[in-house]
Design a protein. Structure first.
Length: 135
């Protein structure tokens, strides 16, 4: 009997490392921070992270509580649950792919490729169109 996809996604979300808000953490050789809510999002340290992944709904309003994986080549280097609206990344230069789902939601996963490098921070906005905008 096949296992429903939703059950598999739920099991995968439960295996991900939960993150504390606004605390840099090493995960898979990358420095990661879950932030983007309240005044802590304005911390000047966050500008030093070359990648800022944002989660939003169909109306471009922030969402929080994402399960996020990041792949580098054939290896998964990050698997976390971020309770904030942003996930910041700092790691080795190269090509990566991010995939995210919103915890507790049936919204389809969203993916995006990105290049980790140096210089100005890059914003990767993962928009979940299944979520309607708040009024």
């Amino acid at each position: 009997m096949p296992i429903p996809v939703a059950a598999l996604m739920f099991a995968a979300n439960m295996a991900a490392q939960p993150m504390a808000m606004d605390q840099p953490v090493a995960v898979g050789g990358m420095e990661t921070v879950c932030t983007g809510i309240g005044e802590a999002k304005d911390d000047p340290r966050w500008k030093s992270y070359p990648i800022r992944i944002e989660f939003s709904n169909g109306g471009a309003q922030y969402l929080s509580g994402a399960h996020v994986t990041v792949d580098h080549g054939d290896a998964q280097v990050v698997d976390v649950n971020c309770p904030g609206a942003w996930l910041l990344l700092k790691g080795q230069p190269g090509s990566y792919k991010v995939m995210a789902t919103i915890n507790g939601s049936m919204a389809k996963p969203v993916t995006a490729p990105f290049e980790m490098g140096h210089g100005a921070q890059k914003r990767i906005v993962l928009r979940f169109p299944d979520f309607e905008a708040n009024e």
